[in-house]
Design a binder for this molecule. Structure first.
Ligand SMILES: *[C@@H]1O[C@H](CO)[C@@H](O)[C@H](O)[C@H]1NC(C)=O
Length: 254
């Protein structure tokens, strides 16, 4: 009896769906990518903004802000404003709480989704393939969707590429995306490409020793006699330059 009670407590502690607030890693991510502006400015897509991404097309920007703050804001006021924007009724934390229904949703996944919704709007999250896959229990598949949300005004914005990748890393940081196949970069640097082909567009570059989660293996152009390519969450790398460190699948061998 006692044992059963203890076991059920453990089960609840490790599996209960996280419902907020945004954790510190998530808040830090949002702050980093929104940037800090003590005064009003116009963001790259023409929206009047202040503080940590307090956008005037979403919030009433009449002064004082939230009935309290007058620019130039102190950083502490900016953080309070951000906290209230995340938690305000019907906004981003409520959005994630309402729509991300996976029973095992953890704090890092939740917080990455809050950053996503804060940046792209709740509607984008709500109707996304990312959310559909996540709620169906396909955490790995969901994580691969972050990298698709990188366009603004018909163009790829490097800032969005970096933000989505940071969100994906946070989303996956509790191990929910692990495939059982991982490796590290065995080269001074390694180019991640859009397709398994040395002539395909460059997505990003990894530094020596960087750890990678491998989703699958495919064949492509030949690199030093090896035509295997590993699919990473954000593109493909030649298997030749990867040292496989954890392999629970036969396809994981290079
Ligand atoms: C790689 O891309 C080049 C240029 O698009 C193409 O000619 C070649 O066939 C591709 N190689 C493979 C193995 O797909």
């Amino acid at each position: 009896m006692k044992l059963a009670i203890i076991l059920s407590v453990i089960a609840v502690a490790s599996c209960a769906r996280y419902t907020g607030p945004t954790n510190q890693a998530g808040v830090n991510l949002i702050k980093e990518f929104e940037g800090w502006y003590p005064n009003f400015y116009t963001d790259p897509v023409g929206i009047r903004t202040i503080g940590y991404g307090h956008a005037c097309h979403v919030w009433d920007c009449s002064l004082p802000l939230n009935g309290r703050y007058t620019p130039p804001l102190t950083q502490a006021q900016g953080q309070e404003l951000l906290k209230s924007d995340l938690s305000a009724a019907g906004r981003y934390e409520a959005c994630v709480r309402s729509y991300a229904t996976l029973s095992t949703l953890n704090a890092n996944q939740y917080s990455a989704l809050v950053s996503f919704a804060f940046n792209l709007g709740c509607g984008s999250l709500q109707t996304s393939t990312l959310l559909r896959l996540l709620n169906a229990g396909n955490v790995l598949g969901a994580s691969a969707e972050f990298g698709k949300w990188i366009n603004a005004g018909g163009q790829v914005l490097p800032g969005l590429v970096r933000r989505r990748e940071a969100e994906r890393v946070l989303f996956c940081s509790s191990g929910g995306c692990a495939t059982g196949c991982a490796g590290s970069v065995a080269a001074t640097s390694l180019t991640v490409r859009k397709e398994p082909n040395t002539s395909a567009a460059v997505v990003t570059s990894l530094s020596s020793g960087a750890r990678v989660d491998i989703y699958s293996r495919t064949t492509g152009s030949t690199v030093n006699g090896n035509n295997h390519w590993f699919q990473l969450p954000n593109g493909y790398v030649s298997a030749y330059y990867i040292t496989v460190t954890s392999s629970s699948h036969s396809w994981c061998a290079k």
